[in-house]
Design a binder for this molecule. Structure first.
Ligand code: C5P
Length: 238
Protein backbone atom coordinates (compact mmCIF):
# COMPACT_ATOMS: atom_id res chain seq x y z
CA UNK A 1 0.00 0.00 0.00
CA UNK A 2 1.48 3.31 -1.04
CA UNK A 3 1.34 6.45 1.14
CA UNK A 4 0.21 9.33 -1.08
CA UNK A 5 -0.49 13.00 -0.38
CA UNK A 6 -1.52 14.33 3.00
CA UNK A 7 -5.26 14.90 3.24
CA UNK A 8 -5.43 16.52 6.62
CA UNK A 9 -3.35 17.42 9.65
CA UNK A 10 -5.07 17.41 13.04
CA UNK A 11 -3.76 18.24 16.50
CA UNK A 12 -2.43 14.74 17.17
CA UNK A 13 -2.47 12.97 13.80
CA UNK A 14 -1.86 13.37 10.10
CA UNK A 15 -4.01 11.54 7.56
CA UNK A 16 -2.75 10.48 4.14
CA UNK A 17 -4.38 9.12 1.01
CA UNK A 18 -3.23 5.73 -0.27
CA UNK A 19 -3.44 4.11 -3.70
CA UNK A 20 -6.76 2.55 -2.59
CA UNK A 21 -9.52 5.21 -2.51
CA UNK A 22 -11.29 3.36 0.33
CA UNK A 23 -8.17 3.27 2.56
CA UNK A 24 -6.40 6.05 4.46
CA UNK A 25 -3.18 6.04 6.45
CA UNK A 26 -3.06 7.69 9.88
CA UNK A 27 0.28 8.91 11.25
CA UNK A 28 0.32 9.68 15.00
CA UNK A 29 2.39 12.65 16.25
CA UNK A 30 3.92 13.44 19.66
CA UNK A 31 2.26 16.90 19.63
CA UNK A 32 -0.09 17.52 22.52
CA UNK A 33 -2.72 20.23 22.85
CA UNK A 34 -5.34 21.01 25.46
CA UNK A 35 -8.08 23.58 26.06
CA UNK A 36 -8.99 23.74 22.38
CA UNK A 37 -5.39 24.27 21.27
CA UNK A 38 -4.55 27.03 23.79
CA UNK A 39 -1.97 24.85 25.55
CA UNK A 40 0.63 23.20 23.36
CA UNK A 41 3.48 20.79 24.04
CA UNK A 42 5.13 17.53 23.17
CA UNK A 43 4.77 14.20 24.92
CA UNK A 44 7.74 12.03 24.01
CA UNK A 45 6.67 8.78 22.22
CA UNK A 46 2.98 9.62 22.62
CA UNK A 47 2.37 8.96 18.92
CA UNK A 48 3.72 5.43 19.23
CA UNK A 49 1.79 4.68 22.42
CA UNK A 50 -1.50 6.12 21.15
CA UNK A 51 -1.22 4.29 17.82
CA UNK A 52 -0.44 0.94 19.42
CA UNK A 53 -2.88 1.25 22.34
CA UNK A 54 -5.70 2.39 20.02
CA UNK A 55 -5.16 -0.53 17.66
CA UNK A 56 -4.91 -3.01 20.54
CA UNK A 57 -8.24 -1.80 21.97
CA UNK A 58 -9.98 -1.51 18.58
CA UNK A 59 -8.99 -5.08 17.72
CA UNK A 60 -10.45 -6.28 21.00
CA UNK A 61 -13.68 -4.30 20.45
CA UNK A 62 -13.99 -5.57 16.87
CA UNK A 63 -13.69 -9.15 18.20
CA UNK A 64 -16.57 -8.40 20.55
CA UNK A 65 -18.92 -7.09 17.87
CA UNK A 66 -18.16 -3.37 17.57
CA UNK A 67 -17.43 -2.44 13.93
CA UNK A 68 -14.34 -0.20 13.69
CA UNK A 69 -12.38 1.61 10.98
CA UNK A 70 -9.20 -0.35 11.76
CA UNK A 71 -7.59 -2.26 8.89
CA UNK A 72 -3.96 -2.85 9.86
CA UNK A 73 -1.12 -1.37 11.90
CA UNK A 74 1.84 -0.92 9.57
CA UNK A 75 4.44 0.73 11.79
CA UNK A 76 4.85 2.11 15.31
CA UNK A 77 3.11 5.33 14.29
CA UNK A 78 1.17 4.40 11.15
CA UNK A 79 -2.11 2.54 10.67
CA UNK A 80 -4.32 1.82 7.68
CA UNK A 81 -7.98 2.63 8.29
CA UNK A 82 -11.18 2.56 6.27
CA UNK A 83 -12.03 5.89 4.69
CA UNK A 84 -15.09 7.20 6.52
CA UNK A 85 -17.07 10.42 6.74
CA UNK A 86 -16.74 11.43 10.37
CA UNK A 87 -20.04 12.14 12.14
CA UNK A 88 -19.16 15.58 13.58
CA UNK A 89 -19.87 14.62 17.20
CA UNK A 90 -17.67 13.87 20.18
CA UNK A 91 -19.41 11.08 22.04
CA UNK A 92 -18.48 11.19 25.71
CA UNK A 93 -19.26 8.41 28.16
CA UNK A 94 -18.71 8.88 31.89
CA UNK A 95 -18.65 6.43 34.80
CA UNK A 96 -17.19 8.75 37.45
CA UNK A 97 -17.54 12.55 37.71
CA UNK A 98 -14.47 14.45 36.47
CA UNK A 99 -13.38 17.32 34.23
CA UNK A 100 -16.10 19.40 32.59
CA UNK A 101 -18.91 17.29 34.14
CA UNK A 102 -17.69 18.05 37.66
CA UNK A 103 -17.37 21.74 36.83
CA UNK A 104 -20.70 22.06 35.01
CA UNK A 105 -22.84 20.23 37.56
CA UNK A 106 -20.88 21.01 40.75
CA UNK A 107 -20.08 17.37 41.47
CA UNK A 108 -16.87 16.43 43.25
CA UNK A 109 -14.29 14.83 40.99
CA UNK A 110 -14.13 11.11 41.73
CA UNK A 111 -17.79 10.68 42.65
CA UNK A 112 -19.09 7.42 41.20
CA UNK A 113 -22.14 8.07 38.97
CA UNK A 114 -25.28 6.01 39.60
CA UNK A 115 -25.41 5.09 35.92
CA UNK A 116 -23.05 5.67 32.98
CA UNK A 117 -23.87 8.90 31.11
CA UNK A 118 -23.58 9.86 27.46
CA UNK A 119 -23.22 13.34 26.04
CA UNK A 120 -22.57 14.72 22.59
CA UNK A 121 -20.41 17.71 21.72
CA UNK A 122 -20.40 19.29 18.30
CA UNK A 123 -16.95 18.81 16.75
CA UNK A 124 -16.13 22.42 15.94
CA UNK A 125 -12.90 24.03 17.20
CA UNK A 126 -14.07 27.57 16.35
CA UNK A 127 -17.09 27.12 18.63
CA UNK A 128 -15.13 25.26 21.32
CA UNK A 129 -16.96 21.91 20.80
CA UNK A 130 -20.26 22.98 22.46
CA UNK A 131 -22.57 20.42 24.08
CA UNK A 132 -25.37 19.38 21.76
CA UNK A 133 -28.37 17.10 22.28
CA UNK A 134 -29.93 14.56 19.94
CA UNK A 135 -32.78 16.94 18.96
CA UNK A 136 -30.15 19.45 17.80
CA UNK A 137 -28.28 16.69 15.98
CA UNK A 138 -31.50 15.81 14.08
CA UNK A 139 -32.43 19.44 13.48
CA UNK A 140 -29.02 20.20 12.03
CA UNK A 141 -29.00 17.03 9.91
CA UNK A 142 -25.77 15.76 11.49
CA UNK A 143 -27.15 12.21 11.85
CA UNK A 144 -30.46 10.36 11.59
CA UNK A 145 -32.34 8.99 14.62
CA UNK A 146 -31.26 5.49 13.61
CA UNK A 147 -27.62 6.58 13.43
CA UNK A 148 -27.86 8.32 16.82
CA UNK A 149 -29.36 5.15 18.34
CA UNK A 150 -26.61 2.99 16.81
CA UNK A 151 -23.89 5.34 18.05
CA UNK A 152 -25.31 5.39 21.59
CA UNK A 153 -25.70 1.60 21.62
CA UNK A 154 -22.10 1.06 20.47
CA UNK A 155 -20.74 3.70 22.88
CA UNK A 156 -22.35 2.05 25.93
CA UNK A 157 -21.19 -1.38 24.74
CA UNK A 158 -17.63 -0.07 24.31
CA UNK A 159 -17.88 1.21 27.89
CA UNK A 160 -18.94 -2.17 29.29
CA UNK A 161 -16.17 -4.02 27.42
CA UNK A 162 -13.41 -1.53 28.25
CA UNK A 163 -14.43 -1.00 31.89
CA UNK A 164 -14.12 -4.71 32.65
CA UNK A 165 -10.97 -5.24 30.61
CA UNK A 166 -9.18 -2.28 32.23
CA UNK A 167 -10.26 -3.07 35.78
CA UNK A 168 -8.57 -6.46 35.47
CA UNK A 169 -5.38 -4.49 34.67
CA UNK A 170 -5.80 -2.27 37.72
CA UNK A 171 -7.22 0.70 35.80
CA UNK A 172 -10.50 2.52 36.49
CA UNK A 173 -12.14 3.91 33.34
CA UNK A 174 -13.44 7.30 34.52
CA UNK A 175 -14.63 8.68 31.17
CA UNK A 176 -13.69 8.76 27.49
CA UNK A 177 -14.48 10.29 24.12
CA UNK A 178 -15.32 8.34 20.97
CA UNK A 179 -15.85 9.38 17.37
CA UNK A 180 -17.81 7.48 14.76
CA UNK A 181 -17.69 7.53 10.98
CA UNK A 182 -19.76 6.31 8.06
CA UNK A 183 -18.22 4.05 5.43
CA UNK A 184 -19.10 4.45 1.74
CA UNK A 185 -22.00 1.98 2.18
CA UNK A 186 -23.42 3.96 5.12
CA UNK A 187 -22.27 1.63 7.92
CA UNK A 188 -21.53 3.34 11.24
CA UNK A 189 -18.09 2.33 12.56
CA UNK A 190 -15.96 3.39 15.51
CA UNK A 191 -13.19 5.70 14.27
CA UNK A 192 -10.45 8.03 15.59
CA UNK A 193 -8.56 6.79 18.67
CA UNK A 194 -8.92 5.34 22.17
CA UNK A 195 -5.84 6.35 24.13
CA UNK A 196 -4.60 8.23 27.21
CA UNK A 197 -5.30 11.39 25.15
CA UNK A 198 -9.01 10.61 24.92
CA UNK A 199 -9.75 8.65 28.11
CA UNK A 200 -9.37 9.30 31.82
CA UNK A 201 -7.59 6.31 33.37
CA UNK A 202 -7.03 6.19 37.15
CA UNK A 203 -5.04 3.57 39.01
CA UNK A 204 -7.56 1.29 40.76
CA UNK A 205 -5.84 1.40 44.17
CA UNK A 206 -4.27 4.87 44.36
CA UNK A 207 -6.47 6.91 41.96
CA UNK A 208 -3.24 8.14 40.35
CA UNK A 209 -4.04 9.76 37.00
CA UNK A 210 -2.56 7.84 34.07
CA UNK A 211 -3.76 10.06 31.21
CA UNK A 212 -3.66 13.47 29.54
CA UNK A 213 -4.92 15.28 32.65
CA UNK A 214 -1.26 15.16 33.78
CA UNK A 215 -0.44 17.37 30.78
CA UNK A 216 -3.57 19.55 31.01
CA UNK A 217 -2.99 20.21 34.73
CA UNK A 218 0.85 20.45 34.66
CA UNK A 219 1.17 17.53 37.05
CA UNK A 220 4.45 16.15 35.67
CA UNK A 221 5.09 12.48 34.98
CA UNK A 222 3.19 12.67 31.70
CA UNK A 223 5.45 10.34 29.68
CA UNK A 224 5.61 7.82 32.54
CA UNK A 225 1.81 7.72 32.73
CA UNK A 226 1.43 7.00 29.00
CA UNK A 227 4.13 4.32 29.22
CA UNK A 228 2.45 2.75 32.25
CA UNK A 229 -0.79 2.41 30.27
CA UNK A 230 1.00 0.74 27.37
CA UNK A 231 2.83 -1.58 29.77
CA UNK A 232 -0.36 -2.65 31.55
CA UNK A 233 -2.34 -3.14 28.34
CA UNK A 234 0.28 -4.70 26.12
CA UNK A 235 3.06 -5.84 28.46
CA UNK A 236 5.48 -3.71 26.44
CA UNK A 237 7.19 -0.34 26.59
CA UNK A 238 8.45 1.87 23.74
O1 C5P B 1 -13.16 17.62 29.48
P1 C5P B 1 -14.22 16.58 29.71
O2 C5P B 1 -14.42 16.24 31.15
O3 C5P B 1 -15.51 16.93 29.02
O4 C5P B 1 -13.67 15.27 28.97
C1 C5P B 1 -14.36 14.03 29.04
C2 C5P B 1 -13.52 12.94 28.36
O5 C5P B 1 -13.45 13.17 26.97
C3 C5P B 1 -12.06 12.91 28.86
O6 C5P B 1 -11.65 11.54 28.92
C4 C5P B 1 -11.29 13.63 27.77
O7 C5P B 1 -9.98 13.11 27.65
C5 C5P B 1 -12.12 13.32 26.53
N1 C5P B 1 -12.10 14.41 25.55
C6 C5P B 1 -11.39 14.28 24.37
N2 C5P B 1 -11.38 15.30 23.46
C7 C5P B 1 -12.08 16.42 23.66
C8 C5P B 1 -12.83 16.57 24.84
C9 C5P B 1 -12.83 15.55 25.77
O8 C5P B 1 -10.75 13.25 24.15
N3 C5P B 1 -12.06 17.37 22.74
Amino acid sequence: MEKLEQLYEGKAKKVFKTDDPEVLMVDYKDDATAFNGEKKGTIQSKGIINNRVTNHLMKMLEDQGIPTHLIKEISDRETLVKKVTIVPLEVIIRNVAAGSFSKRYGVEEGKELLAPTLEFSLKNDDLGDPLINSYHVLALGLATQEEIDTIAKYAFKVNEILKKYLLDLGIKLIDFKLEFGKTSDGTIVLADEISPDTCRFWDKDTNEKLDKDRFRRDMGGVENAYEEIMKRLMGETV
